[in-house]
Write a protein that binds this ligand. Structure first.
Ligand SMILES: Nc1ncnc2c1ncn2[C@@H]1O[C@H](COP(=O)(O)OP(=O)(O)OP(=O)(O)O)[C@@H](O)[C@H]1O
Length: 644
């Protein structure tokens, strides 16, 4: 068997042997000491009656039109392979090697050729449109790899026809990710004086890269399509507890936001807790979602031994809940849970407190993850309606055609598929309490008219119904879009906008209220850590967190801390424990910044911030200092300075 050849001097001796074997085979038909793959291919070539004196590859497609059509038929493979052919070509460009792509029939569909061997290559018609199948030219790397369905390297005299003798070719199949059928062949061809045996590894490597480029979007698309056609809600999470995929029913039922983690979804403090529950088989009954029907959670975990690699959350439909109890419409958050030290946030908290006693409609604006829902719930739970239902609906997560019946309900038999008993809408369920319309900008125009009428007349007529039902509901809406802009664009009604924003609350993005970061981090560490109060950040980490952009706002911060806690091996969390997008910023900024931002930050500890920290820690100086990332001495000094 031919082993790797490291120099032409060594190969020239082997080459002579190969040519002699080739001559012998073609004069008296005897195969001596040939590699099994080559011997089998020679036998096939002989059977196909290939003329061994052939010096040119037959051209199957010649005219511009034929070539254009042939390329169109192979455009998917060409599209995915093109960047890798270019990369491979640059990797070997100094070696007079051409890179070739053939389709599943062995037709050369694309190639990159160095200029100095272009003529040589054209002379043997090794150009697009050429047929390199074994049926056309006998043994050659492309044709033989197609038959064998595995990588093949063919050296000089191993080719069947004379035109192949000066060449060495390395070819590897690109397989269809679903069917495992050959989609095409990637091949490197060079003169036997320059090609190395280990070039085959390069080709294999690149063929796999092309395969992977096809696999990933392919699988994602297929999974998503299957997912979205399954009526049952399905959520997939990965090794770190991140939700990687969920179908439309899951989004609708569970109001899944971008970046939400499985522990957040299940209302657990950390992924470690989920792992523990799974280990004890106690997660199955953890969650019951009520939305007019009852859903029970089932978890299918992918585990190797004790190690959780991820899993699937499946929600099984249970019995119908005819009368929803007001308990299912209670709030989880209260004003005290809004962590704030930044002046803008403290002001907002004051505004929320004041607004909770009012009956006016509220519009909450702010980027995703800034805490709009938290504020909506606090508005309800701090006011006189606290013991009445708080009903929330995400207008962006429900198909437009179902939104009106979700919001306003319908009478029995109102439309095909409607339940005989009819269905109560969210407005009725929220009666005497609060309705929270999240992502209100997604409300279709016709429903905006309907909502406006409900707000003005304070009564509902369910779909298909005749009687109007008076309602007493406080309306809070939220949007991450700028509603004023939506009005200008004509997608949101101006009259509704003015009706909704009687009280307008804007939640600033986290990057504009950096003073909140240490308090939020500390809160997360306490709530998510394995042992309360045990976990803390290593020196310098807070500085990075303060400088990071937090596009996903508090949700991203919470998930990053959860991730870091999961990664950390001790109670001290270092930068490297954080997700890459954060730790890599740290590397960059630590090189750039000479003076520490921490110093600037420390000097900015002000009175409200200190009061909040002392309140949160029950007056514990050590904890307050840790929370504000400063020393105990500074805390004492500040207490004195602010006369506390
Ligand atoms: N000030 C805060 N203090 C403590 N936790 C907060 C604060 N603001 C937000 N959070 C937490 O951050 C997460 C995201 O908040 P929330 O869901 O209210 O954001 P949102 O603006 O409604 O997001 P979306 O627009 O994506 O629905 C929640 O876990 C919430 O508890």
């Amino acid at each position: 068997m031919l082993k790797a050849i490291h120099s032409f001097e060594k190969f020239s001796a082997t080459d002579l042997h190969l040519i002699k074997k080739w001559e012998r085979f073609h004069t008296d038909g005897i195969i001596v000491g040939q590699r099994p793959t080559v011997a089998a291919s020679w036998k096939r070539s002989k059977m196909y009656d290939i003329d061994y004196s052939l010096k040119q590859v037959p051209l199957l497609y010649q005219t511009d039109n034929e070539l254009h059509e042939m390329k169109e038929q192979n455009q998917t493979l060409l599209h995915f392979a093109a960047p890798f052919i270019q990369q491979l070509y640059s990797e070997v460009s100094h070696e007079d090697i051409n890179i070739v792509l053939s389709n599943e029939q062995g037709i050369l569909i694309d190639q990159l050729v160095p200029v100095h061997i272009q003529k040589e290559v054209e002379k043997i018609s090794f150009v697009p449109g050429a047929d390199l199948s074994e049926l056309a030219v006998g043994t050659n790397a492309i044709g033989t790899a197609l038959v064998e369905k595995k990588p093949v390297q063919i050296f000089s005299g191993e080719h069947f026809v004379e035109g192949g003798l000066p060449w060495v070719c390395s070819a590897a199949p690109i397989l269809d990710p679903l069917t495992n059928e050959v989609l095409g062949i990637l091949n490197m061809t060079g003169n036997k004086k320059v090609v190395q045996a280990h070039d085959l590894n390069l080709v294999i490597n690149y063929a796999l890269k092309i395969q992977k480029a096809i696999v990933t979007p392919h699988h994602t698309l297929i999974n998503q399509t299957i997912f979205d056609h399954v009526a049952q809600p399905i959520v997939i999470f990965d090794i770190k507890g991140r939700i990687t995929q969920c179908n439309v029913p899951a989004k609708q039922l569970l109001k899944i936001h971008n970046g939400i983690s499985v522990s957040e979804l299940l209302g657990r403090t950390s992924f470690t807790e989920i792992q523990r529950l799974l280990g004890r088989n106690e997660l199955q009954e953890l969650m019951t979602v009520k939305d007019g029907t009852e859903w029970k959670l089932k978890v299918d975990a992918y585990q190797i031994g004790e190690h959780l690699l991820g899993g699937v959350l499946l929600f099984e439909k249970g019995k119908e809940v005819v009368q929803e109890s007001s308990h299912s419409h209670q709030t989880r958050y209260h004003l005290d849970q809004i962590i704030a030290a930044d002046p803008a946030m403290l002001k907002l908290k004051e505004k929320v407190k004041k607004a909770s006693y009012s009956e006016s409609n509220v519009l909450i604006s702010g980027e995703s993850g800034t805490g709009k829902e938290l504020i909506a719930q606090s508005l309800h739970s701090s006011g006189p309606r606290a013991h009445q239902p708080f009903v929330s609906i995400n207008c962006g997560a429900i198909p437009k055609e179902l939104l009106s019946s979700e919001l306003f309900g319908y009478d029995g038999g109102a439309f095909t598929g409607a339940k005989a008993k009819g269905k109560k809408g969210k407005f009725i369920l929220a009666n005497n309490g609060t309705i929270f319309l999240d992502e209100v900008a997604e409300l279709p125009f016709e429903l905006q008219v309907y909502l406006l009428r409900v707000l003005e007349e304070r009564e509902i007529v369910p779909i298909g119904g005749e009687k109007s039902i008076p309602i007493q509901v406080r309306v809070i809406v939220a949007s991450h879009k700028n509603l004023k802009e939506e009005v200008k664009k004509g997608t949101f009604r101006q009259d509704l906008y003015y009706r909704l924003q009687v009280i307008s609350l804007h939640v600033p993005p986290l990057r504009d209220r950096k003073k909140d970061i240490p308090l939020l981090v500390d809160d997360c560490l306490k709530k998510l850590g394995k042992k309360e109060g045990a976990a803390c950040l290593e020196a310098g980490v807070m500085e990075t967190l303060l400088n990071y952009n937090w596009e996903g706002n508090i949700r991203e911060l919470k998930n990053s801390i959860e991730y870091a806690l999961f990664q950390a091996e001790t109670d001290y969390i270092s930068l490297t424990d954080f997700p890459e997008e954060i730790s890599c910023i740290a590397n960059r900024s630590s090189k750039q910044q000479e003076s520490s931002n921490l110093v600037t930050f420390r000097s900015k500890i002000d009175q409200p911030m200190l009061i909040e920290a002392l309140n949160q820690t029950g007056g514990n100086i050590t904890h307050a200092a840790k929370m504000l990332n400063t020393s105990r001495v500074t805390i004492y000094r500040k207490i004195k300075e602010f006369n506390l």
